[in-house]
Ligand binder design. Structure first.
Ligand SMILES: Nc1ncnc2c1ncn2[C@@H]1O[C@H](COP(=O)(O)OP(=O)(O)OP(=O)(O)O)[C@@H](O)[C@H]1O
Ligand SMILES: [Mg+2]
Length: 496
């Protein structure tokens, strides 16, 4: 394998007017060592290895949401499986081409070669490396449309070449094998947080006190490694509880601050804007509307809640899945459910309240979850913790609408639902019947959010109240329930 530094594609293109050269191919820089261990991806590595072990798998795409760890997984694979003496791994990393026009020129040149027929394509390939084993094309989503026909031709005329594309979008070519990455599950996400926190604060450890906030913030960040690394880097300034509090406040500083040497984005704002730029207007609108769902949702739920969904909503959703903006949640059997990575969802949700469709959307969401609660669909389905946040939001909607019957239905459904990802001792909150009798609707909602671990500030933000109003409600909750602290409120709600 040749050793060469990472050379950004555009620099190479600008300097030489030449886009395919050995200098552009940078396996050592790409596959080189990283200072942290790869966490929680043993199964995904094994999946990738078994796909790449198939001789007929000549076009393999590793895909998944932005920042989920696609490049990292592929690097790790080639680190663990270096090519034999006769084989070579070449890497073209499109991710650092800051100028889209330059990128477009690169692909146009490649396609011009292609239009000269098989010999032209061969010429391009020879310059990449005739007979070389594997070509990795990373961060190629911006050029996926142009690459697709080129790669189809590569495969036809260069049977010894295997291509691995890495990006948020699959190419959709015949015979393409897709390895899709999901965000990290809770325990692995917490391990990643600890590993990254230790790199800035070597003595950092999970304790009985901080494990709750660490799990909660990993959950809030949707198990996305990029965001977890950013949050963990803040450990040198603040403990997990304070980081969580700032995250609950619309991701706080994390939106703006950040330094991320191993990722192509450096802030959450950067990542969110990049994803948004990949979407057309219809996709952006639907994403914003779907952000009403706080947890996973099915196609059926989307069709019932989003106004005018039948006019093309299914097709747009399919495109959002292809772009890894909606992530299929395959952990459970049955109907496919989808999740929007939380960093994207919260950004979309911050804009929808001013949209003209918002009142209808909120009503439909409240009504859908009232029906889910009434049908008893919350109990013993394995989905309980997932729909908890949506039930609480629906409860808030009916509370504002002054519909006591709907609130009662949802409150009793909530009583059956444990909290996700928490140690068993902290499971809850459930809603004992006596509590709903003594608290007003607003007080109950505040109490539920306190038991969810939210700070006063986060509750105020979520309910659209001033912080001092939340403090007043909480005081009344404590007086009526005979509690001295937030912990006691949580326990009281859990004690049915
Ligand atoms: N399983 C993991 N263990 C440790 N670190 C990880 C893991 N997954 C990702 N990372 C780190 O998270 C950051 C983002 O990962 P990476 O750049 O591979 O994501 P990506 O999916 O390729 O993102 P993009 O869509 O922007 O290309 C990197 O710093 C990477 O080292
Ligand atoms: Mg990447």
């Amino acid at each position: 394998m040749s050793i060469a530094p990472v050379v950004p594609l555009y620099a190479e293109a600008d300097a030489a007017g030449e886009f395919i050269s050995d200098r552009m191919i940078s396996p050592a820089g790409y596959i080189g060592t990283t200072p942290t261990a790869l966490i929680g991806r043993a199964d995904d590595l094994a999946r990738l290895a078994s796909v790449l072990a198939c001789p007929e798998a000549r076009l393999v795409t590793v895909t998944g949401p932005c920042g989920v760890g696609k490049s990292r997984l592929v690097m790790e694979y080639f680190r663990q499986h270096p090519p034999g003496p006769a084989g070579v791994v070449d890497v073209l990393d499109f991710g650092y081409a800051a100028d889209a026009a330059v990128l477009a020129r690169v692909v146009r040149q490649l396609n011009e070669q292609r239009s000269r027929g098989v010999r032209g394509v061969r010429a391009v390939l020879e310059r990449i490396g005739e007979g070389r084993h594997t070509v990795v094309l990373d961060h190629c989503e911006d050029v996926a449309g142009e690459l697709a026909p080129l790669l189809a031709e590569f495969r036809r005329c260069c049977p010894r070449v295997r291509i691995v594309t890495v990006g948020t979008t699959r190419l959709g070519l015949y015979g393409e094998r897709v390895v899709r990455l999901q965000p990290l599950p809770a325990a692995a996400a917490a391990d990643l947080f600890v590993q990254c926190a230790r790199s800035v604060l070597p003595e950092f450890a999970l304790t009985a006190e901080n494990s709750g906030p660490v799990l909660a913030l990993c959950r809030l960040l949707g198990g996305l490694p990029f965001a977890i690394e950013l949050a963990a880097a803040q450990t040198k300034l603040a403990g997990p509880e304070l980081i969580l509090e700032r995250l609950q406040d619309g991701f706080g500083d994390l939106r703006r601050l950040g330094h991320h040497p191993y990722s192509r984005h450096s802030t959450i704002t950067g990542l969110v804007s990049w994803v948004s730029a990949q979407l057309d207007a219809g996709e952006r609108t639907l994403l914003t509307q779907l952000a009403i769902f706080e947890g996973p949702f099915t196609m059926r739920a989307a069709a019932e809640v989003v106004p005018g969904f039948d006019g093309g909503g299914y097709l747009i959703m399919e495109r959002l899945i292809d772009k890894s903006v909606l992530v299929p949640d395959q952990r459970r059997d049955g109907e496919l459910s989808l999740i929007i990575p939380n960093v994207l969802r919260l950004d979309a949700a911050s804009t929808f309240t001013v949209q003209p469709y918002y009142p209808a959307l909120r009503h439909a969401h409240g009504d859908y979850f009232r029906r889910v609660a009434a049908a008893g669909a919350c109990a013993a389905t394995g989905r309980e913790p997932d729909i908890r946040a949506d039930l609480v939001a629906a409860f808030g909607y009916w509370q504002e609408a002054g519909d006591a019957a709907a609130m009662a239905v949802i409150a009793s459904a909530l009583r059956l639902i444990p909290r996700d990802g928490e140690p068993a001792a902290r499971a809850g909150p459930q809603v004992p019947a006596g509590v709903t009798d003594v608290l007003t609707k607003r007080e109950l909602e505040v109490a539920l959010l306190v038991a969810d671990g939210l700070t006063n500030r986060a509750i105020a933000h979520k309910l659209g109240l001033a912080e001092w109003t939340v403090v007043n409600h909480l005081r009344k909750v404590m007086r009526k329930l005979g509690c001295q602290s937030r912990v006691q409120v949580t326990r009281r709600l859990a004690a049915s």
